[in-house]
Design a binder for this molecule. Structure first.
Ligand code: CUA
Length: 329
């Protein structure tokens, strides 16, 4: 296709790209917290300066080419000029002004993003595991995995940790990328501005299943958040599938907690309310019968390098374990 035929298609392609992005909750050009709105504002400032500079430089280039090109039968060199203080001062001072206009809000934002949280902020320990995320709410007594619930309009202070290698927690529309470093607590504080479900991803290469280390952020209304906390706080004791309960107690209890059923263990995700989650295996599979079976019967096939072991259940045992887990809402 010739250039002249591609050019008119460009706007169509751009509209297509924007359309593809509209449903993607990892799109960094859409911000839904105070933190990401500030980042986007700086990004837009840089973008428009870049547009202006591009037009200025290309416009100047075209003007100079047209204005000073050799015309007709010109054979002699034009007048040779060396140095122009006025021009040199202009092209030194102007970039300094532009860089200051970018640097001042950037540095201000870096300090703001490190500021201590307000006393009434919701505190959550976010812990990088191989390869999933644990979320602990100390004041609420809630422990969950891979699905972070936060209330709309209230400040949230994440305390980022790792007990293995370096991970990085990133939900592009809700909070900035920040590392989870073993032996250190990094913090990130934000206030979500729109209820919804947002995707997140580990953003630091951390081994075999780095790309399969996902999570979700649920921004709930304050009422829904209170309901979620109350439900998470209850013991999810289900009498519906006693056979499944017995197997989980015997074979899963040394790694997973089911509050009121097993001892407390934190090697694998807390399963007390696993039935209420949308996804399993760190956000990569929808939480349904087929996927639960797939995951439990062959964890390494779903997530290479996973610490989840193959527990070796016969089909009947697998059925009752899956049915039992699904009752843990
Ligand atoms: Cu954890 Cu990459």
């Amino acid at each position: 296709m010739t250039q002249s035929r591609i050019l008119p298609l460009l706007p169509v392609l751009l509209v297509g790209l924007v359309a593809c992005h509209s449903g993607n909750t990892m799109d960094t050009l859409v911000a839904h917290s105070d933190l990401t709105e500030s980042i986007l504002a700086i990004y837009e400032r840089i973008f428009w300066w870049t547009v202006l500079l591009f037009i200025g430089v290309q416009g100047g280039l075209i003007y100079i080419i047209m204005r000073f090109r050799a015309r007709g039968d010109e054979t002699t060199l034009p007048e040779q000029v060396h140095g122009n203080s006025q021009l040199e001062i202009t092209w030194t001072v102007l970039p300094v002004v532009i860089l200051l206009h970018i640097a001042i809000p950037t540095v201000q934002f870096i300090f703001k993003s490190q500021a201590a949280p307000s006393p009434d902020a919701l505190k959550v320990n976010a812990i990088g595991k191989q390869w999933w995320f644990a979320f602990e709410y100390p004041a609420e007594g809630v422990v969950t995995a891979n699905e972070l619930h936060v209330p709309l309009g209230r400040q949230v202070n994440l305390r980022l940790q790792s007990d293995n290698v370096i991970h990085s927690l990133w939900a592009p529309q809700i909070f900035a990328k920040r590392d989870m470093v073993p032996g250190r607590v990094n913090q990130i504080t934000f206030k979500a501005t729109k209820a919804g479900e947002y995707l997140g991803q580990c953003a630091e290469y951390c081994g075999d299943s780095h790309s399969l280390m996902q999570f979700r952020v649920y921004v709930d209304t304050p009422e829904d958040f209170a309901k979620w906390v109350a439900n998470q706080n209850s013991n999810a004791v289900s009498e519906a599938v006693p056979a499944g309960s017995e197997i989980v107690k015997a074979k899963c209890g040394s790694c997973h907690t089911v509050k009121g059923v097993t001892e407390v263990a934190s090697i694998g995700p807390n399963l007390t309310h696993v039935g209420s989650r949308t996804t399993i295996a760190a956000g990569i599979l929808l939480n349904n019968t087929e996927n639960l079976k797939k995951w439990i019967s062959n964890p390494a096939g779903v997530k290479p390098g996973s610490k989840m072991i193959q527990v070796g259940l016969n089909p009947q045992e697998l059925d009752s374990v899956v049915s039992y887990l699904q009752t843990l809402k």
